[in-house]
Design a protein around this ligand. Sequence first.
Ligand code: DQA
Length: 152
Amino acid sequence: MTPPPIVSIINGPNLNMLGMRQPEVYGRESLADVEALCRTHAEKLGLAVEFRQSNAEGDLVTWIQQARGRAAGIIINAGAYTHTSIAILDALLAAEVMAVEVHLSNIHQRDSFRHHSFVAGVAKGTICGFGSHGYILALDALARLIKGSSEA
Ligand code: DQA
């Protein structure tokens, strides 16, 4: 049997504080709760999930690079690095792995500095404003894309 396609779920700075951090903006679930949701849903979709978080930009770059040739897709919530990081943009270009950008909050309804995303330019699509459910929507989108690319 062929092993399930790998989806690398990469979370950036301050997402380890989920549940405690501005719950009115980001919700009351912890990152461990989001991880559990993703693992349960990915299993139903026949996908294997790697779920990671770091506050360090370089870790995110390394994990994106490591997805090259190994992962079928990336789901990335780069936190505030979304709005600042050319290094993450370059890593996504170098990885050549389909990526879906996720944000818990609707970044377009917030401060103007959150309206620009370096990730959006290279992601297949962006899901924002649906809280933790955004990760489920991203998994659904990737599962469809991965299935489509294996049939092509
Ligand atoms: C976020 C939105 C970013 O603007 C912010 O810096 C975060 C979280 C979100 O998931 O809504 O850290 O990526």
